[in-house]
Design a protein around this ligand. Structure first.
Ligand code: SF4
Length: 269
């Protein structure tokens, strides 16, 4: 090894290779985006649809979407459209039983019906049934008001800010949290806000919406919580796979990586 490299604490070629990859972590956003666009080109056109422009509609969809398949979610949304209509006024007036019946395909329909009705009533009572005034507020203030709505957490508030109000915001769900940790973009204990900030820094504003839905897809199909498909992952050459143990790997995925634990802490991305 070159003396300077030895003095810098780089022990062998493996470490050097790792370091050279780490050095372009500033470009990781671009690298990641390119991989996502290659994997999911069809998602690019799906980002902006009628389902996301109306903030209340998006709120209802977000309530219905957790642990629900896309197909069942869409069935519930269609039923609601046909039988009651998705507006704060209509849902505030509708009976709980009618809302439950309409959203049944999405599952957990009793709790969700109650949540949707309460949200609708609060938006009617506090904001005259119209959330569009949020577009005139800065993102922090708009987020504050959204977080004050019952059952609305950071991710849901950010989903609305990004998709309905076109703000430079990256909502972080469980898939995105896992991927960013494994890639070493954030630490194990990073907060929701720290992860969001990091992703907002590395992705261009115009790509945040695509990056959000593509990363979720990537987390469902490739960088899964259990048995990630590292072997077929387009990021395998640069990913330190932090926290991924051999037991968690898809059995086809062992082999070609520099294991993160073999890299000195100061060199980790
Ligand atoms: S290499 Fe493995 S851990 Fe890293 S992003 Fe790909 S699937 Fe996830």
């Amino acid at each position: 090894m070159n003396l300077y490299l030895t003095e810098a604490g780089i022990r062998d070629k493996k470490e050097l290779l790792y370091l050279s990859k780490a050095m372009f972590s500033n470009n990781l956003g671009k690298y990641l985006l390119r991989a996502l666009y290659d994997l999911y080109p069809h998602l690019k056109d799906k980002v902006w649809s009628k389902n996301v422009k109306d903030p209340f509609r998006l709120l209802v969809i977000t309530v219905l979407s957790q642990v629900t398949s896309y197909k069942n979610l869409m069935r519930a949304v269609e039923n609601l459209d046909k039988t009651i209509g998705i507006s704060p006024e209509k849902l505030a007036k509708a009976s709980l039983e009618d809302i439950e019946k309409a959203i049944k395909p999405a599952g957990l329909y009793k709790q969700r019906a109650q949540k949707i009705k309460t949200l609708a009533q609060m938006i009617v009572n506090n904001y005259g049934g119209d959330l569009s005034f949020l577009k005139n507020l800065d993102s922090e203030r708009a987020r504050e008001l959204l977080l004050a709505l019952p059952g609305v957490g950071e991710k849901t508030a950010d989903v609305l800010l990004l998709f309905s109000f076109n703000r430079r915001v990256m909502p972080v769900d469980t898939h995105i949290r896992r991927i960013t940790r494994r890639l070493g973009l954030v630490g194990e204990k990073s907060s929701y806000r720290e992860i969001r900030k990091k992703l907002e820094e590395i992705f261009p504003p115009e790509d945040l919406a695509f990056a959000h839905i593509a990363l979720i897809e990537f987390g469902r199909n490739i960088c899964r919580a259990r048995k990630p498909s590292c072997n077929s992952c387009p990021l395998r050459k640069i990913c330190p796979r932090i926290g991924v143990s051999d037991q968690k790997l898809d059995h086809t995925s062992r082999g070609e990586f520099i294991h993160h634990s073999s890299i000195p802490r100061k060199l980790r991305v």
